[in-house]
Design a protein around this ligand. Sequence first.
Ligand SMILES: Nc1nc2[nH]cnc2c(=O)[nH]1
Ligand SMILES: [Zn+2]
Length: 494
Amino acid sequence: MSQSETGTIFYGPIVNPKSLSSFQTLPRCLVAVGPSGEIDWIEEDVPKRALQDILAQHRSLDVPLLTLKHGEFLLPGFVDTHTHAPQVPNIGSGQQYELLDWLHEVTFPMEARFGDVDFARRAYSLIVKRIIDSGTTTCCYYGTLHLEATTILAEIVNGYGQRAFVGKCNMDRNSPEHYVEPSVSESIDATLCLISRIRSLPQPRLVEPVLTPRFAISCTSDLMYQLGDIARADPSLRIQTHMSENLGEVRKTLDLFPTASSYADVYDKHGLLGQRTILAHAIHLEQDEVVLVKERGAGVSHCPASNFNLRSGVCPVGKLLDHGIKVGLGSDVSGGFSPSILTAIQQASIASKVLAMQAPIASSGPTRYAGHHLPLATLLHLATLGGAQVCGLENRIGSFAPGKAFDALLVSVRGDAANPGLWGVDLVKELHAEPADKEQLDTWLERFLFTGDDRNIKRVYVQGRWIGGAEHDPCGPGRSSLVTDVVQSMLYDM
Ligand SMILES: Nc1nc2[nH]cnc2c(=O)[nH]1
Ligand SMILES: [Zn+2]
């Protein structure tokens, strides 16, 4: 019998997010994944001596058992609520620019290259693999404005088995002549075509289309109204866009839409602000916009690396959380300089510490998060369950529970993972009892979140399928800079 017919049972430590303020660390847990990739059952505390009895009770003695080594643990896969696949080849360049100049000088020229479908196919194969190996099991992808290249992106994502939303940028104004859609009708036709193509991709399909008006500056009102109509007619469609990222962008938006009372109101008036909307950035919101975003039930993708890198500002995430707004993390490549949600976690921590240092406030009252650094539980939540909420997938992914999909990372903080940043963990292992206890597992988690990278992500599972990670291919993971080098060299080859 093959593994896909029987499923797999994992035995070892797991970390399980529960809420914004809590997670479980379970040092000796059994997680049974069925043949369909869903979690069948979980036993939270199983000593080695009781293992056979518990498996027998579940009639699972013949199911393949994967026992984790000392220094390994399972974590729900990361959710990247905002990234731009065609910008990966640009990672690290254009450090001198702020948003609007950066778009014109760095970003649009690279995105325009994806008009060449051969280039798109070769680049996206490397890019998506790299993102999976970084531990992203669910990804909200922006493509370019091209229908063909974005179809290819969706095909490649589906081929790898990643869970994702893929959207074609809508942009019919304020863009370069060579990189702009010629009319509203062509933008809408291409969008509808992409939706139907994605929905016809072969099963098992974990890719969904998403409406992607780039941002209000690059869309005419007519285009946004028509996208709003499409969203209203199809309650399963998500919408992703940028909002209130940079003060110059906010000013320009309000100039372009003089009857709107705010940036958020622009999207609201066009039927684009609702429970299915993912708003990247949301840094400079006025108080009435915070209230509107909460009322409409939209989610925010916090992209701290990008916000620092483009000098856009520091998103007051704590304030958004205090208002009950759904928040997840985004890598926002190549505004952000890393496709890894680990980097987003580290930068989100720093962003919250910057705000806390600037405005120290009392730790009681309604501001539970504003003014404080984000604790580990909150950072973990943003990277997993919070991201799932932003995508409307909280019942499917983001934590381990029977009935949820097994989207997971097998993490190793062992010395043989070859990450010098984590050597300390291995060196002190003699000081700890085997198997790991809760305290030790907490240490591993914190050390991994702050110093880990794709070398420590040995396996990436989506819907129970092992689709990536350092152990997945014999050549090792797509180490960050290397894959960019390959894509860069393709550029010069062509
Ligand atoms: N960070 C970022 N902001 C945007 N606003 C409009 N387009 C973009 C983009 O590609 N990246
Ligand atoms: Zn972006």
